[in-house]
Design a protein around this ligand. Structure first.
Ligand SMILES: [Fe+2]
Ligand SMILES: [Fe+2]
Length: 312
């Protein structure tokens, strides 16, 4: 199913500073139903789809770290507009974490190892990341947000990848999340640069985010089909799927991470800013595609949206 009535943008950069004041916090109600879940949602693969499920589980912990860190650092900001944007970031991430938790509960019905992964992630975060000194947490937050910005841009540019499956709610969940990750992609970075700005520390947060998202989440993704059905290891079909899935993640041509290496590692450039990768055209397209009250893909699930006020 591909119902793109709008023409996707060409991706040409038009605006080097796409700051968007007034980012809304959108409350969503998906009412996921275990019966209509497509466990091969991502381009009809088992393993690459497993990566998304692992990401869905682990992201909720990353989002909770972002929320806690952003709340702490908001107190030290003087610019009322940046403070307001941080409030929007916190609100959007809080809703992502809540809704993905609802989704993850549904995955558990399909024998995904959700409780086990939550146990692992809780230990890594409670005994590791959450105990870091605040400057390192701030840097990690900016690093995590860089990776979600890369993902968001990739999926806004490859909209069709979410349309191979008929699982409308899973598609809506990811498209909503990607839209908002792109909307707020510069906020954590701006807070980091305002309150700290140390380059070496910024790179340290990036390295930790990279290790977590590329390695730990991928490990979780590989584990999902094997823990759900251990006999998978003996099946030829599974290994064919594995080969294709690795390509869909790592290929330089169209892999989620393989084709975005330039964007990922641009973060190491001393003068880097998230808005150097302009997504304003895609955002405008996506807002219409997803949020138009009559035809938007998210319209059936949107309960309300609130823009936090700017407080002097
Ligand atoms: Fe998020
Ligand atoms: Fe985010």
């Amino acid at each position: 199913m591909n119902s793109a009535a709008l023409k996707a943008p060409t991706g040409a950069a038009t605006d080097s500073d796409s700051r968007r004041p007034g980012i809304p916090i959108r409350h969503m109600k998906f009412e996921f139903d275990a019966k209509s879940v497509d466990t091969h949602f991502y381009l009809n693969t088992e393993l690459a789809s497993g990566y998304f499920s692992a990401l869905s589980i682990f992201l909720t912990f990353g989002e909770d770290l972002v929320i806690e860190t952003a709340r702490y650092h908001r107190n030290f900001l003087k610019d009322p507009e940046l403070k307001q944007r941080v409030t929007a970031l916190i609100g959007q991430e809080a809703l992502h974490s809540k809704v993905h938790d609802e989704w993850n509960d549904i995955l558990e019905v399909h024998r995904f190892p959700v409780s086990f992964y939550r146990f692992l992630a809780r230990n890594v975060f409670d005994h590791g990341f959450l105990r870091f000194p605040q400057p390192l947490k701030l840097s990690l937050m900016a690093g995590i947000e860089h990776f979600t910005a890369v993902l968001a841009q990739f999926f806004m540019q490859h909209e069709d990848y979410f349309f191979e499956s008929d699982d409308e709610k899973q598609r809506a969940l990811w498209m909503w999340h990607m839209l908002e990750e792109s909307e707020h992609k510069d906020i954590a970075y701006d807070v980091y640069q305002t309150l700290n700005g140390n380059y070496v520390l910024r790179v340290s947060g990036f390295a930790m985010a990279l290790f977590t998202i590329w390695f730990l989440v991928a490990l979780g993704g590989v584990g999902i089909p094997l823990l759900r059905k251990p006999r998978n290891l003996l099946s030829r079909r599974f290994w064919r799927d594995a080969r294709r899935s690795v390509g869909l993640i790592a290929s330089r041509r169209n892999g989620i991470y393989g084709s975005t290496l330039g964007h990922v590692f641009d973060y190491l450039r001393p003068g880097f800013h998230p808005n150097d990768h302009d997504t304003s055209e895609y955002l405008a397209y996506y807002k219409e595609r997803l949020l138009n009250p009559e035809t938007g893909l998210l319209a059936p699930y949107l309960v309300k949206e609130v823009v936090p006020p700017v407080r002097a």
